[in-house]
Design a protein around this ligand. Structure first.
Ligand code: SAM
Length: 392
């Protein structure tokens, strides 16, 4: 395969440049744990963890390493265009020990995700973070991935948002202008970009934007190059994002950072304005949110291939018969102060701790409630806070 410009960028600057450790990665990211990701999409624990996961555009394998580590029984396939990034991904999984401990096959393969049809079988979870916006035709790419998703499977996608990247867009164009004929020489691009930042007046809006938002990560040339000298990039807004989603033919399940998408945090103090939002479609409300908080630099969301049966546990009988378990992405339980799946601090009452300690995946909710003073609405509160996960 002749090296294309995107491949050349990531062969020169494999991304992300996170160091390789000789121990498993710390903590968790619930979006990369099949149980919590599926629970987010459906409200229930999945029927099996013997599944297949595709990491499409795995880069140097930070996400792949978590996918391996957090899903012991899942077959993992990681693909990328850049052979240098893939080699690091494979080394990362081997050096940290997660590959040796894994209970199912792991494969790393160099290929374009547009050719995903060449992979055997279907996948229950497809993760593609920071990749589709670098394809010449993202609609074609997302469709190729969607075609490999099993019925009832879910896909996690991350793509750039234009509003929060205004400074990046301006700087990309400025660097390309100064590079002229040398555009495509990524090392030169990084040098030009660094010179611009070093020489602009310190109160320049682009310097301030870089300093406050990105400079912490951009001291690494790999990150600087990924941001400022990329040869192919599409930045989305709500309208074009949903065109991308429609091209997949999949169902939009929801943004995986739902707190940002709550209109109440912006205009909730004004009942009149909230009342006016009642006449708007879901997409109009999303657009309103990004207009009113234009710091957004990416969209992250789940799509699903129907049928996907959803549970809201409003039915008392159904909830009573369900078997609860502790969310696998919690830290600190059974202490009274724990971290939830978003690493937010949660303080538990003694009754919540007692209930959660009995959540072993075997007892039903009604079995547990027989022995303690706790009611179904209090169980629902634990579900809303993502502290427990239920099997119907
Ligand atoms: C910004 S990096 C993201 C890496 C990783 N997903 C992460 O979030 O840490 C983008 C990756 O996508 C890969 N890539 C770009 N276009 C691709 C394509 N058409 N098919 C497969 N991989 C691609 C690049 O080689 C690069 O490693």
């Amino acid at each position: 395969m002749t090296e294309n410009p995107v491949q050349k960028l990531y062969n020169t600057y494999p991304f992300p440049p996170d160091p390789i450790l000789n121990e498993p990665p710390p903590g968790y990211n619930w979006r990369w744990n099949w149980i919590t990701a599926y629970n987010f999409c459906t409200g229930r624990k999945p029927a099996t963890d013997k599944i297949r996961i595709l990491d499409a555009g795995c880069g140097t394998g930070v996400s792949t390493e978590y996918l391996i580590h957090l899903n012991q029984n899942a077959e993992i396939v990681a693909i990328d265009l850049s052979e240098n990034a893939l080699a690091i991904a494979q080394k990362r999984a081997e050096t940290s020990g997660v590959a040796a401990k894994h209970q199912a096959p792991i494969t790393f393969q160099q290929m374009q995700l547009e050719n995903a049809a060449h992979l055997s079988g279907e996948f229950d979870l497809i993760n593609s973070v920071g990749v589709l916006h670098h394809l010449p035709d993202p609609h074609k790419g997302i469709k190729a991935l969607a075609d490999k998703l099993a019925n009832g499977g879910v896909m996690h996608i991350f793509v750039y948002a234009e509003l929060g990247r205004w400074g990046i867009q301006l700087m990309q164009e400025a660097i390309a202008t100064l590079q002229g004929e040398q555009k495509g020489d990524y090392r030169d691009g990084v040098q030009v970009g660094r010179q611009i930042f070093a020489n602009l007046p310190q109160d320049n809006p682009l310097v301030k934007y870089e300093k406050t938002r990105w400079s912490l990560e951009n001291h690494r040339d790999e990150c600087f190059a990924d941001m400022y000298v990329h040869p192919v990039e599409t930045d989305y807004n709500i309208k074009t994002l949903f065109e991308l989603i429609e091209a997949s033919g999949l169902e939009f399940v929801g943004f995986s950072n739902p707190k940002y998408w709550d209109i109440n945090r912006l205009i909730g103090k004004c009942p009149d304005l909230i009342e006016r939002t009642k006449n708007l479609s879901e997409r109009e409300i999303y657009r309103l949110i990004e207009l009113l908080d234009p710091t957004l630099s990416h969209y992250e969301f789940f799509l699903a291939k129907p049928p996907l049966v959803k549970y809201n546990w409003s039915d008392d009988n159904q909830l009573s018969n369900a078997k609860p378990e502790i969310n696998p992405c919690l830290n600190g339980f059974p202490e009274a102060t724990i971290f939830d799946q978003e690493y937010q601090i949660v303080r538990l009452t003694p009754e919540q701790i007692e209930f959660m300690q009995a959540c072993n995946g075997v007892n039903t909710v009604s079995n547990i409630l027989e022995k303690m003073t706790f009611n179904l609405d209090e169980v629902r509160q634990l579900i809303r806070e993502n502290l427990i996960i239920l099997t119907p």
